[in-house]
Design a protein around this ligand. Sequence first.
Ligand SMILES: [Zn+2]
Length: 223
Amino acid sequence: MIYEIFNFFLPNECLICRTYLPQGRQILCAECHESLPIATEEEKERQFNKAFRTSDIENFESLYSFTKNSALQDLVHELKYNQRFTFGKFLGKCVAEELRTKLNEWNIDCLLPIPLHHVKRSERGYNQAYYIAKGLSESFSIPVDTNLIKRVRFTQTQTALNSEQRKLNVMDAFRINKKKKIKIKTVALIDDVITTGSTMKECARILKSAGVEKIYAISVGLA
Ligand SMILES: [Zn+2]
């Protein structure tokens, strides 16, 4: 009954194909969910060699292969710009379920959503990566830390930049919150999509220099 009333005001339909979802399903119908392209081991290896091999990132995981004009892009867009927080948690949970074994092996102490600059955060009102981290956190019982690193420089959006420009764009953009004594050994940085990995790498560099032993990266999509 409550479900029926709720459904009347806020129709629970699949974000992609708009069919009504049965009770207990959220955001995507089973078919659309299965149609999201899982990133292959080859893609991930290629990305690791290209972006992370010589960085402070120990290893990384992305669940989906992120392509332009895809359903996944719609989901991430809704999460980032239309306040659809539940999508973030949903995507975080998807990552957790699919990659559970691997993520368990990493023994992560805490999850760090890549911070937004406070100006950008107040414009948008929230950090989308936080909700992805929340979804992961609920599935793994690993805490989310939003205080350890902060973004101190306002960086321009990276979409039109190449790999070298992105590296310069994020250089010294982050700082460790010195008021917090670092006792954490292993962290996982969380973001929606990994493209060149420059933001992740810069965060990792700062964390490593502050004494964090192992830094992993997790994203929903791999571009
Ligand atoms: Zn659907």
